[in-house]
Structures are given as structure tokens and as C-alpha cells.
Design a protein around this ligand. Structure first.
Ligand code: ZN
Length: 469
């Protein structure tokens, strides 16, 4: 006769083993199979068809101070960015993306206005993005999106005109930080973390996620070298800590993206990862950013992830710019292009890459610009300008009595430290003319309005480590 099931030992042993396994699994971050990527597969035709969809949301994540070459998907040996790499592997990665400045306000004014710094006029600490600008958030608001910005950097505060078009534009509420979090940038005294920004974003999604939305998150923990001691993997030099901060932000973003999938938004949300500038680590004898326009501070990542998976992911090798971001996103969404722009839609370029066809047409030259006197009151403008053309970069540094001109070729000099200006006078002359033409064009909306900045705002900016007057 068969023994009844309840008298046998194996079902009880199996149940006990399962309970023990689940107990230990709760301590370990395991991506359980049912929480995997729920998106269907897609390709170039689905990308081209996005513009006729009326259900798409847009999540735009700006990671302040993130240089491209510290991401594994951009060739870095360390695995600093598994979540971003996953987006790259199933979406589009732009391999040569140029930011238009190395200082947040100048770079972000250019990114949003799609005009180069001299053309939108925002190059100094007290300049304001013109109210005459018609910014992407305004276009999205007019198209029926609920527009929400959550920012942690005072340079993109409403007082500088960056809230145009946003229904809600706020700093996140600061929660007590985990005891294992460290902030290694000694000049920073900000209390918040990017977890606060993600918590605010999750709160918004819980309440309003069912509406059609555009959500802009401006994250600061890489800028502030904030990292979690518990999950840090990369040592203790300042450069290692920067990598640890990228890993921390990657993990914080993973929580947001998991939640998006959990709530069913992965299949109708376009996710974009961008950066305003990079960070120097003694390539030319100094650390940080907001001083010049060399590659370590202007070569940034750009990832676009669709509501479907590309398999394989697409790499765009064209030389692209942050002024191209919004012409591209508005084009993808089937919305009107900016009226006047220094950028161009990259949709034809990425479709060609997705179809394995050659890129359409040559890449336009790219400009990066920082005013050396951006933080000084009553000082004349001193534009430090780079022109990137193919693999060449012409750099002009204001210097008395004559500007200093340099030329680099990334072909055999990837970090661009060998000045070949004296060997290539024709290229120097050609790119000097591009720089002159760029600086000669008047700002689109006239000289940028300026404002007196309150002492508390200056303190907020000083808390980010900026030397402002
Ligand atoms: Zn920045």
C-alpha cells in the first residue's frame, strides 16, 4: 500500500529548504525572473512608428558630471554601470556625444534651448534663460503631457528660467540618509541624495503615473561623489570614489526603472540618459570641471531606451551633440521641432544605424564653450571655445595679448594632449573661422537678462562646491 503524502519525509524537507532559501534571498539583491524586462522586441520600424503613438511617456534623466568613458558600455574596464549598460544593450548608445559646456548652467541652457551658449546668451553666473525661449517642456506641456522637473542643482533653479513649461518644478524632499552613505567631495555640503529625487519621482508616478507625463530628473550624486560604503567596489582614490558614485547612482536608478516596469510603464515610456559635462582627473594637471572645454569635461554619454528592446542594441558612431538631443526626442514623439536650433534630429542617423545602413551625410562640427570669467562680476567675457570637427578639436583659450590656439587629433591621441597646431596651419585657420563665425552671431533673444542673486542662493551654489562671488 502507498504511504500517505503527509507521512513521507521529502515534501517536508523540500518545503523547509524553500523557506530557508527565500529567507536568504530576501537579504541578497536578486533580480527575480518575474521582475525581468517586460518590454517586447522591436526594431527600426517600431522606432519610426513611435511618432504616431499617443500613449508615450518620457523619462529624461540628467546625471550631472558623468563622463562617458567611466561607463562600462563606453569601454571602461570596471563595471560601474550595469543598469545603464542594460539600457545601452537594448537601446541606442551614442558613442561620441559632445556637451556644449563644462559648467552646468551654460551646458543645460544650451541643451534645453538647442542653441549653442553664445546663441542662447547664457554664459555668466547671473544670466537667465530668456522667457522668449520656447523650451521642450513647453512643447510637451502644450501637447498634453504633465510636465514634472525634479532637480538638485541650483544652477537649473526656476530663478534662472529653467522652469519654463513645467507644471511642477521642485527640489526633492530630503530624507535622512542611510548611515552607509558617504559624500567624498570635500567642497560639497549638500544634505540630500539622489535617492530623494527618485523617491519624489516614485511618489509622482503613484499619484499621476496614469496620465501622460514627461519627467525630468536632474541627479547630483556623481557630482558630489556620494556613494554607498556597503556596495562600493573600486577603492579609495578620488578617481575610485567617482566610480563608486556612478555605481551608487546606477543602483538608485535601477530602483526607479524596476518600479516603472512593475507599474506597467516600461512598455509606454521612452527613457533617456544624458549628462551636462564630465570631470577632469589630472589629464592636464587639474581636477573638476567648469574651467575649459577639453574632452574629459565635454565627452558625455547619451542613451535612448525605447518601450521595446532592440536586439542587438544600436551604437551610433556619428559625432553628435547635446543640442541634438531635443530635436531628436521631439522628432521621435512626432512633435514640432524647435523653431531655431543649432542641433538636428538624429532620428535618420539612428534609423540608419538600426538598419545597418551608412550614416546619412557628414556630421556637423560641434561647439563647446565656457566663459573663463563666468563667475566674476564686472569682468569682460572671455570665451574659451572648442570646435570639434571629425576627429579634430580646435581649442582657443583667451590669453593676453593673443589668444592661445591648440589643435588635437583624437585619431592617434584619444585623450587629446598632443598639440599639433603648428603642424596643421590650414586646419587651424579653417576651424578658427568656424569659432569666429560662431562667436559673431548675435544671441537669438538679445543679451540674456541678468538678475541679482540672493545670498541664500549663492550659498546653495557654494554648497555644491562652486566658487561664486
Ligand atoms: Zn553639472
Amino acid at each position: 500500500m502507498k504511504e500517505p503524502l503527509r507521512r513521507r519525509r521529502w515534501p517536508w524537507l523540500l518545503a523547509a529548504a524553500l523557506i530557508i532559501a527565500m529567507f536568504f534571498a530576501s537579504f541578497v539583491e536578486i533580480r527575480l525572473p518575474w521582475r525581468g524586462d517586460p518590454r517586447p522586441r522591436g526594431g527600426a520600424d517600431e522606432i519610426a512608428a513611435l511618432k504616431s503613438r499617443r500613449d508615450l511617456n518620457l523619462l529624461f534623466v540628467l546625471i550631472d558630471t558623468l563622463r562617458a568613458d567611466r561607463l562600462h558600455s563606453y569601454g571602461y574596464a570596471r563595471e560601474t554601470s550595469p543598469e545603464l549598460d542594460r539600457l545601452a544593450a537594448s537601446g541606442v548608445r551614442f558613442a561620441h556625444q559632445l556637451s556644449q559646456s563644462s559648467w552646468t548652467k551654460c551646458s543645460m541652457a544650451s541643451l534645453w534651448s538647442t542653441l549653442y551658449p553664445a546663441h542662447n546668451g547664457v554664459t555668466r553666473f547671473d544670466d537667465i534663460l530668456s522667457p522668449d525661449a520656447h523650451l521642450p517642456a513647453e512643447v510637451l506641456h502644450e501637447a498634453g503631457f504633465r510636465t514634472v522637473g525634479i532637480f538638485r542643482n541650483g544652477w537649473v533653479a526656476p530663478n534662472f528660467g529653467f522652469d519654463q513649461g513645467f507644471d511642477v518644478y521642485i527640489r526633492p524632499t530630503i530624507a535622512p540618509r542611510a548611515p552607509t552613505l558617504r559624500q567624498a567631495n570635500p567642497t560639497v555640503s549638500d544634505r540630500g541624495t539622489d535617492e530623494d529625487a527618485v523617491s519624489s519621482a516614485l511618489e509622482f508616478l503613484r499619484v499621476r503615473g496614469h496620465e501622460r507625463w514627461f519627467l525630468y530628473l536632474h541627479l547630483m550624486d556623481v557630482h558630489e561623489y556620494t556613494y554607498d560604503e556597503q556596495t562600493a567596489q573600486f577603492g579609495g582614490t578620488i578617481s575610485d570614489v567617482y566610480d563608486n558614485a556612478i555605481l551608487w547612482v546606477n543602483n538608485v536608478l535601477a530602483v526607479l526603472l524596476d518600479e516603472l516596469a512593475e507599474q506597467g510603464y516600461a512598455e509606454n515610456t521612452l527613457v533617456v540618459i544624458a549628462a551636462d559635462h564630465g570631470e577632469a582627473f589630472l589629464e592636464r594637471g587639474f581636477e573638476g570641471h567648469a574651467r575649459n572645454v577639453f574632452p574629459e569635461v565635454t565627452t558625455v554619454p547619451l542613451l535612448i531606451s525605447f518601450p521595446f528592446k532592440l536586439d542587438p542594441g544600436v551604437v551610433v558612431d556619428a559625432r553628435t551633440r547635446n543640442v541634438d538631443i531635443w530635436p531628436t526626442l521631439l522628432d521621435l514623439l512626432g512633435l514640432p521641432a524647435p523653431a531655431q536650433s543649432d542641433g538636428r534630429s538624429l532620428v535618420p542617423t539612428l534609423l540608419a544605424a538600426a538598419r545597418g545602413e551608412p550614416a546619412p551625410g557628414p556630421d556637423p562640427a560641434g561647439i563647446a564653450h565656457i566663459d573663463q570669467n563666468w563667475g566674476q562680476r564686472n569682468q569682460k567675457p572671455a570665451p574659451n571655445v572648442a570646435v570639434r570637427d571629425g576627429t579634430l578639436r580646435y581649442v582657443r583659450v583667451p590669453n593676453s595679448p593673443h589668444p592661445l590656439e591648440q589643435l588635437f587629433d583624437a585619431t592617434n591621441d584619444p585623450i587629446e594632449v598632443n598639440d599639433i597646431a603648428s603642424e596643421r596651419p590650414d586646419d587651424v585657420a579653417r576651424l578658427r573661422a568656424v569659432a569666429d563665425g560662431y562667436l559673431a552671431a548675435p544671441p537669438r533673444w538679445g543679451a540674456a537678462p541678468r538678475r541679482d542673486i540672493e545670498e541664500f542662493e549663492l550659498n546653495q551654489l557654494r554648497a555644491l562646491g562652486y566658487a561664486v562671488p
